[in-house]
Design a protein around this ligand. Structure first.
Ligand code: GUN
Length: 296
């Protein structure tokens, strides 16, 4: 039977509606408007697209958006000064420093200079520690979005075998912590994992977050499993023809082979329209959470 398609785009719209309603209440009842500051260093084209989308959606739900665009050669001291100012600005409730940063900047140092209470990415070492010990923390947006879709689809995740493919700090590791928090039996697989196919075949839940186009084929998927595809990869699509400049057109694909995986999965997220839209929706939700915590 064909898999249920998990509609991340629709789910994200619902999350944004709830956030907008919460923002309106905060304004009416407390006179507070949540504010999100996004810091972009340099001109990475993909980061520019993400930052623009974040700013647009922030204002659409009624929050204040503050964009800080800095030159690619900004010094560490200057970037730290910008973050320090935002940390001490009471109108800013959430701070996000867009990654990756230019090579001359120490990413760990920068991430850990954001006030933990304003760290809406959940990347600060103290939020990582709080999440790992099951305490109240800011939770990274992409894994949070995946968890929300899994809970919505399954109800309880308790006792399910979950395999997370990928061990990044942004997705793989926090995803594993969240699934463990929901009482899954969790395996983190990665590039050195032996017999990856066998590991994935035991999973009731597969979260693919490796950044390699269509690397998970359908015959790795247990019949009826839920597949969450975090990958966003652009590949050449000769079947779509040529662009005006003569180059081959492209299309977006995930880390799983959607066609063959959806023949065996019980449910699957598409790319695009699955995990992607949930990430920004969760960023907005985290900003409201940070604002509420800051104002008691
Ligand atoms: N770059 C890619 N994903 C992310 C994210 O979730 N947060 C930040 N800050 N940068 C990113």
């Amino acid at each position: 039977m064909a898999a249920t398609i998990i509609d991340g785009k629709g789910f994200a719209a619902t999350v944004r509606e709830k956030v907008a309603a919460h923002v309106a209440r905060l304004k009416d009842e407390n006179g507070i408007t949540p504010g999100l500051a996004v810091v972009l260093v340099g001109e990475d084209p993909a980061s520019q697209v993400y930052v623009r989308a974040k700013g647009k959606q922030t204002t659409e739900v009624g929050m204040n958006s503050y964009e800080h665009k800095l030159e690619a050669d900004t010094s560490e001291a200057d970037l730290l000064a910008v973050i320090d100012k935002l940390n001490n600005d009471p109108t800013v409730h959430g701070i996000l420093v867009q990654l990756p940063l230019p090579k001359h900047l120490n990413e760990d140092l920068i991430i850990n200079s954001v006030a933990p209470a304003k760290d809406v990415d959940g990347f600060h070492i103290s939020n990582v520690g709080l999440l790992g010990t099951g305490q109240k923390s800011m939770v990274p947006c992409t894994p949070l979005g995946c968890l929300m879709m899994l809970r919505d689809h399954h109800g309880s995740l308790s006792g399910l075998n979950a395999v997370v493919i990928g061990r990044s700090n942004i997705v793989g590791k926090p995803m594993a912590q969240l699934l463990l928090g929901d009482s899954c039996t969790v395996t983190i697989a990665h590039s050195r994992t032996k017999d990856l196919a066998d590991v994935v075949r035991r999973a009731d839940i597969v979260v693919a977050a490796v950044g390699r186009a269509e690397m998970v084929p359908g015959d790795w998927i247990k019949q009826g499993a839920t597949v969450i595809d975090v990958g966003i990869n652009r590949i050449e699509a000769p079947e779509k023809g040529l662009k005006e400049d003569g180059s081959v057109k492209t299309r977006l694909v995930g880390d799983v082979d959607f066609v063959s995986c959806s023949e065996r999965a019980g449910a699957i997220t598409p790319v695009p329209g699955g995990v992607g839209p949930m990430t920004i929706a969760c960023l907005l939700a985290n900003t409201v959470t940070a604002c509420c915590r800051a104002n008691g």
